[in-house]
Design a protein around this ligand. Structure first.
Ligand code: FMN
Length: 358
């Protein structure tokens, strides 16, 4: 019976425990060039006692950028800035993957080269708004439909980003197939209205995902590739008809790839997908969203997952594993500083003081 404190092998890596830091966008990068400032290394290295850290979603290309102050991994300067992070985490004995993504229609022209329209499987606008530093919130726009050649180029961008991640010293990458970004836009039935080989049937809607998985695993090895999915997730105005059938199909087919892990976490829905998908997936299974220590322990004990992914709790508690071990009290996450620039609410959450643990 596994516990949170047991080690776990993923690919060729030995994780010291099964408490994983979730990917968390924090919007601390330089907005003009997607370079991470130096204090980002401190934030991640403070959390190195997690079995594995997964970085915030990181843009695979200039066209991928959908949020203010988000980092990239497609220029030499960005790669250099991430190297500081991986060195600091490894220096503290940690392991770290970077989450790579393309936001598709969730971008605004404000974030894109020459203020282009964002791209998507089809020209379907998302309901809702996005935030800009200069003009506040703005409505999403009608995106431009990707051509087949552009789809192929975007697949290559994921593979190049994965290669850059290895060059930056990451132990691997997590492909972001969740939360309504480009990959899930292809999986959806409301953003993907294509009539070519990328639209229509389950197989066609999953084609882009599998091409990305194929290209990334080819580039860096399946043992260094993880994947996040958010089955049935409606975040970013996504609809998936027959989500259960879709994800049963996708996860079954993924078994061909000996991935480092599959990370399942739908954060906008009450439905518990873990009992549905865990039995289908033959590899290492990470369960996320809404876990505390107790629920994590009981899911591991029942073999409902191999490891538990913690988001807000890790955001606010750099020493979360130690706090769980001691059943110590937890810092409360401050939502007002989730996405604000600078170190406040970022690298200044306190560790347990020696006095408190004595
Ligand atoms: C501030 C913040 C930023 C997030 N950024 C990302 C992200 O970049 N990539 C991602 O896959 N999920 C992201 N999420 C979702 C988290 O990974 C996680 O699924 C969510 O916080 C629910 O887990 P929790 O209940 O343990 O916090 C973010 C969540 C928060 C609160």
């Amino acid at each position: 019976m596994a516990t949170l404190f047991d080690s776990l092998t993923i690919g060729k890596l030995e994780l010291e425990n099964r408490m994983i830091m979730a990917p968390l966008t924090r919007s601390r990068a330089n907005d003009d060039d997607g370079v991470q400032p130096e204090f980002v290394a401190e934030y991640y290295s403070q959390r190195a006692s997690g079995g594995l850290l997964i970085t915030e979603a990181t843009n695979v290309s200039a066209m991928a950028k959908g949020y203010v102050r988000t980092p990239g991994i497609y220029t030499p300067e960005q790669i250099e800035s991430w190297r500081r992070v991986t060195e600091a985490v490894h220096g503290n004995g940690g392991k770290i993957f970077t989450q790579i993504f393309h936001t598709g229609r969730i971008a605004l022209p404000d974030f894109l080269p020459e203020n282009q329209l964002p791209v998507a499987p089809s020209a379907v606008k998302a309901a809702g708004q996005n935030y800009t530093d200069t003009e506040g919130v703005k409505d999403f726009v009608v995106p431009r439909e990707l051509t087949i050649d552009e789809i192929k180029a975007t697949v290559n961008d994921f593979a190049a980003a994965a290669q850059n991640a290895i060059e930056a010293g990451f132990d691997g990458v997590e492909i972001h197939g969740a939360n309504g970004y480009l990959i899930q836009q292809f999986l959806s039935t409301n953003v993907n209205l294509r009539t070519d080989v990328y639209g229509g049937s389950l197989e066609n809607r999953a084609r882009f995902l599998f091409e990305v998985v194929e290209a990334v695993t080819e580039a860096i090895g399946a043992e260094r590739t993880g994947l996040r999915l958010s089955p049935g997730g409606e975040f970013n105005d996504i609809k998936e008809d027959n989500a259960e059938e879709l994800y049963a199909y996708v996860v079954e087919r993924l078994n061909v790839y000996p991935l480092a892990y599959l990370h399942i976490g739908t954060f906008d829905q009450n439905r518990d997908w873990h009992p549905v998908l865990r039995p289908i997936w033959k590899g290492v299974y990470f369960a996320g969203v809404g876990f505390d220590k107790q629920r994590g322990e009981s899911v591991l004990a029942a073999n409902g997952a191999d490891a538990i992914v913690y988001g807000k709790l890790f955001l606010a508690n750099p020493d979360l594993p130690e706090r769980f071990r001691l059943n110590a009290s937890l810092n409360v996450p401050d939502e007002t500083t989730f996405y604000t620039p600078g170190e406040k609410g970022y690298s200044d959450y306190p560790e347990l003081s020696k006095a408190a643990t004595a």
